[in-house]
Design a protein around this ligand. Structure first.
Ligand SMILES: NC(=O)C1=CN([C@@H]2O[C@H](COP(=O)(O)OP(=O)(O)OC[C@H]3O[C@@H](n4cnc5c(N)ncnc54)[C@H](O)[C@@H]3O)[C@@H](O)[C@H]2O)C=CC1
Ligand SMILES: N[C@@H](CC=O)C(=O)O
Length: 805
């Protein structure tokens, strides 16, 4: 025998009730032995409750009662509901006259929801030729006298159930009213909310059923509420122990009391979807899963009450007083947490009870407040409880760290000493993000990294295309999902919480909107975007002043722009301390040597205590190309310069390279990695731009670049035979002091020297250290170019992404 239980939503008008009848008919005609337990249809129970309230207040309830009756008959006008309707008329009239009602009357009223539902389904099944039998559970389940929440008397009920099913067995499909029962005096009682599920599990237990199938409007039990977590997965099978934890923590498909009769008899419970009957749903059995299932459960509409005061320290019985005072007012505490210092106690109660709870506690601790032993009793309303069921503390650091990285700091953490369950109280506005962050971590769902890219010129544009081209592969290999949710230039931003695609240029043109930085921050917040990284691919001197604001708003930083590391030292330090305070990262490998692993190497050497004594080399990819080519080819300087620009080696304004600033910045970036406190002004720079070409716009400058030709032809000719020109940066001096010496200059070197042999746009860095002596460590390779630089930025993004655990 299988027990099939259908809930109110499954039995609602429209698609619902017909589907239910089809499911039962199919099973009955296949010869399956089944018993059906029904709830009231749709929102019938709530409506009856509302009508009852109105009647008791002498308000006009008749229109709503008519609507209720119409709903019950809609499409089923042949149903004989006179008995129920007449009983309801009489009951409401009585309540209206009296102006009051008892729990006993309420149970009588509410029972008609289930009675009508079972009558209708029985009639419909009979029409289809099924041998259905309307079964009023008041003749089966006997309870105590606790109207509204009656407790079944097991042995009496079992006896009656057994006797009934002995009489109506074989091909009979008993259609049983859920929720309702009667006491020993045959007065109607109800089993409390979720009572129909309870009826079904009692029947299953008394009849030793093979399975209880609970038909709902969901496909089964999910790892989290799918409305809040898009990646939530359906759990195929779980144990009663796990289900029991879910039932306690707000999982509304189950209730602890309905599980107990099944556990005792080891009867499996299957959660099914009425509207997708082929789906096998979730099976709950007594078999324990070895690894255990983790599931997220949420309590909303709760408030955090905190009791603070120095005088609580070491006092005996404070918690007992709290519990007692609240219990007296029937207020239940779902979580309580207390620091070992005992100076503060936090407790969670239902929001509807929060003000009352505060009042009760203020009264209880009146004297303590007067003596200033208790300084405050505060309510925080906008909170939610997230419980990770199946989680113990041995691995809890992982989801917890992930939350902190995403700037979600729980207000309270609580775990069960036995069993596996950790609960966190978080701000309600962070609930959605909290669930997604934890769910992603515990289920190893691809980690979502949300990127805001500022600047989509040569480097930025190439980066976006590189990310879009390799993100599927990265997701497959590294379980990291890269989502570009913002692309901005200085005027417009394209926003897309689900991520831009390869048509981003057109989309930006058509859908780009003017913006402020806060618009992007708020957009990320509104769409609960986790693990956000801001990427600066501008050459802007102003944008870097946004970095700290981004960090305080939860963004990690990646930058190809060198400015933030080369403005005043005070800013440099302040940014680092903001990063430290917010536990955020800032990576900028491409600031020196484009995609070459230079900064990382220098950092590691320095960190490991290696004394770096000098760093010398060709720092500029564009000037490397310029002088490598110009030195050996018989072509005008301006023509080669134009080539370097067209190849994407130069800065957006090439004067930044030619004046030596770009190399100087790179030197300063490295100096600061060595903890030197140099400022940009400390650097001696050989400016290659003749004085008369330094002023004016970049455009005007480009119109005059031929004027370089004679100047550089002379310089080239003045060199010794076999020499070539190289633009070199040098960081030297006593690097163990506060400041190093930095020079940037154009020099002539033998063609076969280490600097002379460099080709194309390569950079070369010679790192002299104490251990390496006169034989420096050398890093050489492409020092400029959009493709290698974008690849370097991409590498930094992935490093940040991987470090978010
Ligand atoms: N080209 C190369 O080989 C290398 C370049 N870099 C650095 O990469 C950065 C970008 O260089 P390119 O792509 O060549 O420049 P670009 O001029 O092609 O692109 C810069 C982009 O930034 C945008 N932008 C400017 N101010 C902005 C603001 N306030 N907010 C948002 N967007 C803004 C511009 O509209 C433009 O789209 C520069 O900082 C450069 O120093 C670093 C290493 C190598
Ligand atoms: N303009 C720069 C680009 C990389 O930083 C250079 O030429 O090196």
């Amino acid at each position: 025998m299988k027990i099939l239980k259908f809930g109110g939503k499954s039995l609602a008008n429209g698609k619902g009730i017909q589907t239910v009848v089809d499911i039962i008919e199919k099973k009955a005609k296949k010869g399956e032995a089944i018993t059906v337990v029904l709830s009231a249809r749709g929102a019938s129970t709530n409506e009856l409750e509302e009508i009852l309230e109105k009647a008791s207040k002498n308000e006009n309830y008749k229109a709503q009662l008519e609507a209720f009756k119409n709903y019950q008959l809609q499409g089923y006008e042949a149903l004989d509901a006179q008995e129920e309707f007449h009983a309801l008329d009489t009951l409401f009239e009585g309540v209206s006259l009296l102006g009051d009602y008892s729990e006993k009357i309420k149970d009588k009223v509410l029972s008609h929801g289930e009675l009508l539902s079972a009558r209708l389904v029985t009639a419909l099944l009979k029409e289809k030729g099924v041998n259905a039998h309307f079964t009023d559970s008041r003749s089966l389940i006997v309870t105590d006298d606790q109207f509204g929440n009656a407790q079944p008397l097991d042995s009496l009920s079992k006896e009656k159930v057994k006797a009934h099913f002995k009489k109506y067995n074989g091909t009979t499909v008993n259609v049983v009213t859920g929720f309702i029962a009667s006491n020993r005096n045959q007065e109607t009682t109800t089993l409390g909310r979720n009572g129909s599920n309870y009826t079904a599990s009692l029947l299953a237990s008394f009849l030793d059923a093979e399975e209880l199938q609970n038909f709902t409007h969901v496909d089964g039990i999910y790892t989290a509420n799918p409305d809040l977590v898009a990646d939530a997965k359906k759990i195929k099978k779980l144990s009663f122990t796990e289900a029991n934890e879910l039932a306690h923590f707000g999982a509304n498909v189950l209730h602890a009391k309905t599980i107990i009769p099944l556990v005792e008899k080891k009867i499996p419970l299957r959660i099914l979807n009425t509207f997708d009957p082929e789906n096998e749903g979730t099976l709950i059995t007594s078999e324990e899963n070895e690894d255990g299932i983790k599931k997220l459960s949420v309590l909303e509409n709760v408030s955090l009450i905190s009791l603070e005061g120095r005088g609580l320290l070491g006092r005996v019985g404070v918690d007992a007083r709290i519990f007692q005072a609240l219990a007296y007012e029937n207020i239940s505490i779902s979580i309580i947490s207390q620091g070992s210092s005992e100076r503060g106690i936090g407790l969670i109660v239902n929001s509807t009870n929060a003000s009352k709870a505060k009042k009760v506690l203020e009264e209880e601790f009146k004297t303590d407040i007067y003596k200033k032993d208790v300084s405050a009793i505060l309510i925080k309303d906008d909170v939610s409880v997230v419980s990770i069921i199946g989680q113990d503390l041995s691995t809890f650091h992982k989801p917890y760290n992930r939350l902190i990285k995403n700037q979600i700091v729980p207000l309270l953490v609580n775990n069960t000493a036995t069993g596996k369950n950790v609960s966190l109280v978080v701000l309600k506005k962070q609930l959605h993000k909290t669930l997604n962050v934890i769910h992603g971590e515990i289920y190893g769902v691809a980690k979502k990294i949300n990127l805001a890219i500022f600047g989509h010129g040569l480097v930025g544009g190439t980066l976006i295309d590189q990310i879009l081209a390799s993100r599927d592969e990265i997701e497959k290999r590294k379980n990291i999902h890269l989502n570009i949710f913002a692309i901005a230039n200085s005027k417009k931003v394209l926003l897309s919480n689900s991520g831009v695609d390869h048509r981003w240029k057109t989309s930006l043109q058509n859908q780009g909107v003017s913006y402020t930085l806060d618009d992007i921050i708020q957009y990320a917040d509104k769409h609960h975007l986790e693990n956000v990284i801001a990427i600066d691919n501008t050459a802007s001197k102003d944008f870097v002043y946004n970095y700290e604001h981004l960090v305080t708003n939860g963004f990690d930083l990646v930058s190809s722009n060198k400015v933030a590391n080369t403005v005043d030292y005070e800013f440099y330090k302040s940014l680092r301390s903001t990063l430290e305070n917010h536990q955020k990262q800032y990576l900028y490998e491409t600031n020196v040597g484009a995609g070459l692993p230079l900064i990382e190497t220098i950092k590691l050497l320095h960190l490991s205590g290696e004394n770096i004594t000098r760093i010398k080399g060709i720092f500029s990819g564009s000037l490397s190309y310029l002088f490598n080519t110009f030195s050996v080819e018989d072509r005008p300087f301006s023509e080669v310069l134009k080539e370097a620009m067209d190849s994407g080696y130069t800065e957006p304004d090439p004067r930044e390279d030619l004046c030596g600033n770009d190399v100087a910045r790179k030197l300063l970036v490295l100096a600061r990695e060595l903890d030197l406190k140099n400022e940009f002004e400390d650097i001696t720079i050989h400016n290659l731009i003749p004085a008369h070409l330094r002023e004016g716009t970049a455009q005007e400058f480009l119109g005059k670049i031929q004027e370089f030709d004679t100047v550089f032809a002379k310089i080239k000719a003045a060199q010794p035979e076999g020499n070539v020109l190289r633009y070199v940066g040098d960081l030297h001096g006593d690097l163990s002091k506060d400041k190093g010496i930095m020079d940037v200059q154009l020099i002539s070197v033998p063609k076969d020297s280490s600097l002379g042999q460099v080709k194309g746009s390569d950079s070369i860095f010679e790192i002299y250290t104490e251990s390496y002596g006169d034989h420096p460590m050398v890093i050489q390779g492409a020092g400029a170019g959009a493709t290698v630089t974008a690849r370097g930025v991409f590498g930094d993004i992935l490093k940040v992404a991987q470090s978010i655990n």
